[in-house]
Design a binder for this molecule. Structure first.
Ligand code: PXG
Length: 439
């Protein structure tokens, strides 16, 4: 059945999009099932990006749809302040059960951006309550993406996301990024070179005074800026330096959570556990917006002193732990477990790695990197027109029947974890054809 195409695209101000370019030649998606989108004119598009790194269990899973439908019929909404509903507590227990120790408490938000702002606020408030109000500095990393809120863009390291938005948060500094083509081009999995870059945190601690730093936030694997895989030893070193100086380590696992790297979380894959973890996307398979912040018992307990009738954290959202999101989250976690999707991602990794590295040698390809079910395929920029080659690759892939994500001139792939080996072949053949055709 054909879905009608809207006849006027003008009113919608599209996020993170070139509005005029898009509206001159729109790419619309109207349906989705398992590994495919469907366009309004009935074309099937293989989903090479799990939507936007989020539909990890594939599209339109009936178990999730039904859970949302049932919950909407039973109770549409419940206020989360000074009230509760059963599924919120159940989801928090299941989520913390899945997370590595000592992450034992969950705060719910509606997006990754809100999860990041919440995590930063918790880190600052924790130190204040813990007798160290002078710890107010937040450290992010160049090329980090932590959402679009003021907290997230302040610690984020993507310059156009920060420009023209005023003074941002004070008392923020950044580590350098770990991307280095000269040392690490065509690395498979974690690069050998670059673990020492974590020492920059010691330099920043010396510069500002270690007792002034509240938290460090990093994506264990940076997704948005093109699949930057952590060098061997890097995260371990960050953890050790944070421990030495009393700094809270926040892993932003909005992309890396829920099987993307072949384990529940990047923390489990790399064997490095943060004090705070931010989540969203795959938490509900993206069927209902939801984010979460997981914190250690030590952090939670620091808030649980004082008079019991006083609100411990003056923070929250109207839709924190929304019943539809909780229902979707519970159904999603059950599906991940029932279908062993994290293990499936792990077992597909070597096939995926070989397939993506098979594109080495194609015109203009200057690097290929991978981990879990992710890949970054970096193209050299066209003279005087950085980003053009990437954009043309996106359009060419879409026309050939695959959805990919492009950041600058890097093609980023992150398919649903249900992808079959034959679909990996199809996806990479489409990407290879696009790279050859755009020249
Ligand atoms: N942290 C990380 C690590 C993310 O990847 C966010 C926070 C923010 O989440 P929300 O739900 O507020 O969007 C993200 C979001 C891309 C792309 O091009 C990635 C994201 C968003 C938009 C585009 O790869 N990730």
């Amino acid at each position: 059945m054909d879905t009608p195409i809207p006849n006027d695209l003008s009113a919608f101000w599209m996020p993170f999009s070139a509005n005029r370019q898009f509206k001159a030649a729109p790419r619309l998606l109207a349906g989705a099932k398992d590994m495919h989108y469907r366009t309004p004119d009935g074309r099937e598009i293989l989903d090479g990006t799990a939507g936007l790194w989020c539909v990890n269990a594939g599209h339109g899973r009936p178990e999730i749809t039904k859970a949302i439908q049932d919950q909407a019929g039973e109770m549409d909404y419940a206020p989360p302040f000074q009230m509760g509903h059963p599924k919120a507590f159940e989801l928090a227990a299941r989520l913390t059960g899945l997370a590595p120790d000592p992450l034992s408490h969950a705060f719910f938000t509606n997006s990754g951006s809100e999860a990041v702002d919440t995590a930063l606020k918790i880190a600052l408030a924790y130190h204040a309550r813990n007798g160290e109000p002078g710890r107010r500095r937040l450290i992010g990393r160049a090329r980090g993406y932590h959402g679009a809120g003021f907290g997230g863009i302040s610690v984020g390291g993507i310059s156009p996301n920060r420009t023209n938005f005023g003074g941002l948060l004070p008392e923020v500094d950044h580590l350098g990024h770990t991307h280095n083509l000269k040392e690490n081009a065509y690395s498979k999995g974690q690069p050998d070179w670059g673990g020492h870059l974590a020492e920059e945190l010691n330099d920043l601690a010396a510069l500002h005074g270690p007792g002034t730093i509240a938290a460090v936030i990093v994506e264990p694997m940076a997704g948005s800026t093109g699949v930057l895989v952590p060098p061997k030893g890097y995260l371990e070193r960050l953890r050790a330096i944070c421990d030495a100086h009393g700094i809270i380590l926040i892993f932003d696992e909005v992309i890396t959570g829920f099987g993307r790297l072949g384990a529940s979380f990047a923390a489990a894959r790399f064997g490095v556990t943060p004090d705070v973890m931010t989540l969203a996307k795959g938490l509900t398979n993206a069927a209902v917006p939801m984010g979460a912040v997981l914190v250690s018992g030590e952090i939670f307990d620091a808030f649980m002193d004082g008079a019991e009738n006083i609100i411990e954290l003056f923070h929250g959202y109207t839709y924190s732990a929304h019943p539809l999101a909780c229902a979707a989250g519970l159904a999603t976690l059950a599906l991940y477990e029932r279908d062993n999707l994290f293990e499936r991602a792990a077992s597909l990794e070597s096939y995926w790695r070989d397939a993506v590295h098979g594109l080495r040698g194609l015109p203009n390809v200057i690097d290929i990197r991978n981990i879990g079910l992710t890949a970054g395929i970096e193209l050299g920029p066209r003279d005087g027109a950085p980003g053009m080659r990437g954009y043309e690759a996106l359009v060419a892939c879409f026309e050939a029947g695959a959805l990919v994500r492009v950041t600058g001139d890097t093609i980023a792939l992150s398919p649903p974890l249900i992808i079959a080996e034959t679909q990996i072949d199809t996806l990479l053949a489409i990407v290879a054809g696009a790279i050859e055709n755009i020249g």
